[in-house]
Every structure is written in C-alpha cells, then in structure tokens.
Design a protein around this ligand. Structure first.
Ligand code: SAH
Ligand code: SF4
Length: 401
C-alpha cells in the first residue's frame, strides 16, 4: 500500500500485477499496463502527458487514480564542484525528506558510478545524538512509492545527461528496518527487471542494529547488501551513541549480523562514525578488533559531519589512520570514507533541520552538557540508566519491526 495524503496510491508502489488488475477492471487490455510500466520505469514519468503512447483519456484516468510522483517539490543544492547533489523533497502532506546523488568518476579498473542515498522514514525514532535526523525525532514512515520516487528522481536527473544510476543506498533519513515492509517492497521494485531493474547487489541497506529486522532478512535470504552502523563495540559507549543499544546490545547485533553473513554468504559492512575523543581511542579500536576478529566483515570509518546540537567533531585523519591500522593488524578490511558534500550538510537530515530551524539555545546547551557527561561516563565504562537526552529525543517503539 502506498497511499498519499489524498488517499491515492503512488504509482511507483504498484506491482505489474496490481496495474494489470486495474486495467482489467476498466476493460483495458494487459498491454496498456505494460505501456504504463514502460513510462514509469524506463522514462521516469511524473505527469499524465508522460504516459505515451496511451490514449489521452486513459492517461488522465491513470493520473487521477495514482500519484505519478509522490515528491511534490524538490530543491537541489550542489557541492564538490557538482559531484554531489543534495535534494530536499517535500511530500504531499508537506513532510520534508532528503536524498543525495553522488557522482564518482571512472578509475582504473572501475567504471563511473552514480549512487543515490535515499530516506526510508521522515525523521528517525532512534535518536543517535551525532545525527541531524535523530535530532529531528520521528515524523512518519515513508510509503513504498515515496521511497522509490527518490530513486526515480535521481534516475531522471541522470538520464537528462545520458547517464544511468548504478547504486542505491538506504543511508538517508530514517531507520529502514523499522519500516521494513515498505523497504522490502521498494527493493523489490528496484530489483525487478520488469520495473526499475537494478541488480540487488547494487542496493545497500544500513541499519542501526534492529535485531529482529536483521533476523527477518536472514530468513528471507539475500535481498541486498546489509550495512550495520556500529560506532562503538563497548555497550556503555554504544548506549550513548545508538540508543537502540539498550534494547539490542552489541553482542546481539553482532550475532545477528554474523548469522546473516553466514546464511547469505555476503560480508557485512560495519559503519563506524569517527567522533574525536569519544569513540576513536586505541581501546575502542582494540574492542572493535576483538569483536570482529575472524568475521566475514568490512569496516567503513566515516569522519563525523559536524551537527549543530552536539559538542562533537570528527576525529583527526591521523587518529582515523591509527584506528584503521589497529584493525588491519588483525586482518580486518577497513576503508576510510571521505565525506562528501560536507559544506552543504550531506549527513542526511541536515537540510531539513536547517529548514525547520534550530531548537532554542537553552535546550541545545542542556543537550550538549548531557552528551558531554554521558560520553565521559561511558568512557569510564559506566552504563547510565536513562541515556543522555531522554527528555529531548522521542524514542519510538522499535519493537514494531
Ligand atoms: N538509520 C540507519 C540508516 C541511515 S543513517 C543507520 O543508522 O544505519 C546512515 C549512516 O549515516 C549511518 O551509518 C549513520 O551513523 C551515519 N551518520 C549519521 N549522522 C552522521 C554524521 N553527523 N556524521 C557522519 N555520519 C553520520
Ligand atoms: Fe536514525 Fe540512523 Fe540517524 Fe541513528 S544514525 S538517528 S538510526 S538515521
């Protein structure tokens, strides 16, 4: 189901069968459904007039029954000399979401790539304190079509220059595994050769560690590459950085990720946001090395993008290199991600946060104080009961997965 604010479903959430039934119910022949699919998936149609070669009356009927593009408006900002395009989309009900289109030039042995980073929810209930989306709190789940239409936006943009999208990553706003039914429908649409037609291997979904969701994916078999946002291998620190850790601690997340890797034969990618003086010490590197030793795993170190409401900054490159060195010393594959589009706030959630406006200064100050205290306590190994910002960040009901 992909209903929009006015109750009409987004067309990108429809399957070949559901479109076929819709046509059949109107007494139209099945090839009309294939023509609509062709317009939606090959030409990225977003208005009735794009639905060629349907007769005008049928084009209008389709556009009345379905929302052809659930992204009502899109503002784009460029960075990195045009290699990063950051989009702020408004949905039909005025909710704002973000996606980022990144262009990677060809390198020896690798073709050029165009990756879109998309949102699965408006806002996020998990409330990681270093994340601008976490700061916004939870808005709502996105529908299947709202997820897929971000990819169609990117594909349309690329097609204008004769280029094709090569990768999709669910690393924008929201926790995909807390909207897993819609995410799975969106992935099916993206991977289906009769719809978007991108290979499942070119799709990555990132989770902050929703264990029941990971287990459900394991039971389903390989659907896409799974990335797990770890950020700390010690529970007291991860409790602060990823509040879900109180429900599913490090050992449970790693066990679920390991089972997923074993069942699918695909290595797990662990994301680790490097925060200066918080999770980047040699002890943290050694804890991570011990936790992952012998696993089919890959670690991606990401220098933290500064977020207004936190006291934290990225670790220095020297510290990141040293951290990577300690992991490599025990045979763990590590890459260091250079941040893209930092000057326009490419950590998802930052454009929306800017648009909404900052919380009042005293609330920010209180939050900074709490984060300082909570991270200092965590570094001493103390696990606090309530978390750093229980009264500022609404933590939703992660059991919903
Ligand atoms: N909710 C999912 C996916 C969206 S967040 C998850 O947490 O995995 C995607 C990635 O962006 C996560 O790895 C997250 O830790 C990272 N991220 C969020 N805020 C960041 C920041 N300020 N700097 C660097 N990475 C950040
Ligand atoms: Fe949510 Fe991911 Fe941001 Fe954490 S990092 S608040 S899980 S979007």
């Amino acid at each position: 189901m992909s209903a929009s604010a006015d109750g009409r479903p987004g067309i990108a959430g429809e399957t070949s069968e559901s479109l076929g039934s819709w046509m059949a119910a109107r007494g139209e022949s099945p090839y009309r459904a294939r023509q609509v699919a062709e317009a939606v998936w090959r030409r990225h149609a977003r208005a009735a007039e794009d639905l060629h070669p349907l007769p005008a009356a049928l084009r209008d009927a389709v556009a009345e029954a379905f929302v052809l593009d659930t992204l009502a408006t899109t503002d784009v900002r460029l960075a990195d000399g045009g290699r990063t395009e950051k989009a702020l989309h408004a949905l039909a009900d005025g909710v704002l979401i973000e996606s980022v289109l990144m262009h990677y030039p060809a390198r020896p042995g690798q073709r050029e790539r165009h990756t879109v980073c998309i949102s699965s929810q408006a806002g996020c209930a998990v409330g990681c304190p270093f994340c601008a989306t976490g700061e916004l709190g939870f808005g709502r789940d996105l529908t299947t079509a709202e997820i897929v239409d971000q990819v169609r936006w990117a594909a349309r943009r690329l097609a204008a220059d004769g280029r094709r999208l090569t990768n999709v990553v669910f690393m924008g706003m929201g926790e995909p595994l807390l909207n897993l039914d819609r995410v799975l429908e969106a992935v099916s649409a993206l991977a289906d050769p009769d719809r978007f037609g991108l290979g499942a291997r070119h799709i990555t979904v990132s989770t902050s560690g929703v264990v029941p969701g990971i287990r459900r994916l394991t039971a389903l078999g390989p659907q896409f590459t799974l990335a797990v946002s770890l950020h700390a291998a010690r529970d007291p620190l991860r409790d602060v950085l990823v509040p879900l850790n109180r429900r599913w601690p490090v050992a449970e997340v790693l066990a679920a990720a390991r089972d997923h890797a074993a069942a699918t034969g695909r290595r797990i990618s662990y994301e680790y946001t490097m925060i200066g003086g918080v999770n980047d010490t040699p002890a943290d590197a050694d804890a991570l090395a011990a936790a992952l030793r012998g696993d089919l795993a890959h670690v991606n170190l990401i220098p933290m993008n500064p977020v207004a409401h936190t006291p934290w900054r990225a670790s220095s490159m020297a510290v990141i290199e040293a951290f990577a060195g300690r992991l490599r010393a025990v045979g763990i594959a590590v890459t260091i991600r250079r941040n893209r589009g930092q000057e326009i706030g490419a950590a998802c959630g930052q454009l929306a946060a800017e648009r909404i406006g900052e919380p009042p200064a005293p609330a920010i100050a209180r939050r900074r104080d709490r984060l300082e205290a909570a991270s200092a306590a965590a570094l001493r190994g103390e696990r606090s009961e309530t978390g750093p910002d229980a009264d500022l960040t609404p933590v939703g009901e992660p059991g919903a997965a």
